[in-house]
Write a protein that binds this ligand. Structure first.
Ligand code: NOJ
Ligand code: NOJ
Length: 495
């Protein structure tokens, strides 16, 4: 089913070094110590779950990111395109930050995806692109053929973004031909997929509801914008990329004035969902302004949504007792969740922190912070009713007090993760709502990856700009325009 009827108007057009801020909370030595220990554990936790050498995932092919070693209740011994793409984005960041030992692993991920793109599966095949949005595969790269919520159309976009990040690193180090031969063919397929299918309904990132998903739409938009620049850098062209403004236009449909309604239709939920926070982590551009249209982390929309989203968990988990408005709280996927206990998740609680670290980075870059009618309630909660709307420059006392409150609030979410992380540092998927004990899949790869990106942002380390500031212009009318793609059979490269 189409999300947007063609020709219809659905809406009105509407790597830095040390932490640069003067708000570093160096008094919290327990948190800093936890972060240091846990960072090493999280790095290893990711590596342990990637084949062929990962010590917890015997049988996984080279470069295959297994979601978790857990084989029952739940069985996560598969590779999901989404989890893998997000995990590789974190690994590539570490590589770009200087850990060159990761390069062979990144290359084996690329090669594994070259094989995977050709595997026929229940979503389809490569000839018309449809198979690219199959959500998960067996760890030997064969198709998973049981019933599942498919297709999931965020996968190709997330994989393209991870591949582009590595491709850009190759270009930077004057290895353009490797990017062209080994990366571009895969990226081209995934971008073609996005351009052709973005206007079709999808299963959301939680694999539960079918419709339009804010996260999926956001990551699709970003992939086409950075894909276009990547194509140009390689002397190629991206036909699919021309629909990026239409995807951005559709993204505006999810905003309700104070929060993001993550799924359309809402399927009987409020729509408040970590979907929206994780989307802003992915559209984060360190060079962007606090742009509402792309839901940048420092935008008023993202901050208002953050408040309303976090508030929706304060009263439903008993571990949040005493964590009232303005205090960090444990958060899950969405309040109505009942999967595996419907508990708080590590990766969503870390997303709540990461979004605020991103925002701090952006205010620092811009040298100013603006409070407006939309973001006022976010700031009032964490500072008090004396906050007023206005623009505050970096040299002002207001700026210092606002940013230091945001930093303390952000650290609070990491402190919650600290409190409910077992002493061996393992991060499962969830922690129980009543006792804060690890629950559901153990040693979840995505939990570890989310810890690494949150901590990088806390340290002022950010990914490269993807061009958000040039891409935020909306067409005067939304349309459901798509581009039929052509798909090439990629071959694993020689490096
Ligand atoms: C429902 C869960 O909420 C979803 O996230 C999970 O992947 C599927 N069931 C399969 O277990
Ligand atoms: C369930 C989550 O809802 C989904 O997003 C994820 O891809 C799988 N588990 C695997 O981690």
């Amino acid at each position: 089913m189409s999300l947007i009827r063609s020709s219809l108007v659905l809406i009105a057009a509407t790597g830095a070094a040390a932490f640069p801020y003067n708000v570093r909370n160096s008094t919290d030595s327990s948190l800093n110590a936890f972060i240091e220990t846990e960072t090493a554990i999280a790095k290893q936790g990711v590596l342990d779950n990637i084949g062929a050498d990962g010590k917890l995932v015997q049988g996984a092919a080279a470069g295959v990111v297994v979601a978790s070693p857990s084989k029952e209740n739940p069985d996560y011994f598969y590779t999901w395109t989404r989890d893998a793409g997000l995990t590789l984005a974190a690994v590539i960041e570490q590589f770009n930050a200087g850990d060159t030992s990761l390069e062979p692993l990144i290359q084996s991920y690329v090669d594994s995806q070259a094989k995977l793109q050709t595997v026929d599966n229940p979503s389809g095949g490569l000839s018309d692109g449809s198979g690219l949005a199959e959500p998960k595969f067996n760890v030997d790269l064969s198709a998973f053929t049981d019933a599942w919520g498919r297709p999931q159309r965020d996968g190709p976009a997330l994989r393209a973004s991870a591949l582009i990040a590595y491709g850009n690193a190759l270009i930077k180090s004057k290895q353009e031909s490797l990017a062209l031969d080994n990366i571009w063919p895969l990226v081209q397929n995934d971008l073609a997929y996005v351009g052709q299918y973005w206007n079709q309904t999808t299963f959301d990132l939680w694999e539960e509801v079918q419709g339009s998903s804010f996260f999926t739409t956001a990551v699709q938009f970003k992939s086409l914008v950075e894909g276009n620049a990547f194509a140009e850098a390689l002397g190629q062209s991206c036909d699919a990329c021309s629909v990026a403004p239409q995807i951005l236009c559709h993204l505006q449909d999810f905003w309700d004035g104070s929060s993001v309604v993550s799924n359309i239709p809402t399927s009987g939920r409020t729509g408040l969902d970590a979907n929206s926070l994780i989307a802003s982590l992915n559209t984060f551009d360190p060079a962007a302004t606090c742009d509402d249209v792309t839901f940048q982390p420092c935008s008023s929309r993202a901050l208002s949504n953050h408040k309303v989203f976090v508030d929706s968990f304060r009263d439903i988990y008993s571990i949040n007792q005493g964590r009232g408005a303005g205090k960090a709280a444990a958060v899950g996927r969405y309040a109505e969740d009942s999967y595996q206990g419907g508990n708080p998740w590590y990766l969503t609680t870390l997303a709540a922190a990461e979004l605020l670290y991103d925002a701090l980075y952006q205010w620092d870059q811009q040298g100013t912070l603006t409070v407006d009618a939309v973001s006022l309630s976010f700031f009032t909660d964490i500072i008090g009713s004396n906050v007023t709307t206005g623009s505050f420059s970096k040299t002002s006392a207001q700026y210092t007090s606002l940013t230091s409150a945001v930093k303390t609030y952000a650290d609070g979410f990491v402190s919650i993760v600290q409190e409910y992380t077992p002493s061996d540092g393992s991060l499962a998927e969830q922690f129980t709502r009543d006792a804060g004990e690890p629950a559901s899949a153990t040693l979840l790869t995505w939990s570890f990856a989310s810890f690494l990106t949150a901590v990088s942002r806390r340290n002022g380390e950010v990914p490269a700009s993807w061009g958000a500031s040039k891409a935020g212009t909306l067409p005067s009318q939304c349309s459901g325009e798509t581009v039929t793609g052509s798909y090439v059979t990629p071959t694993p490269g020689s490096w």
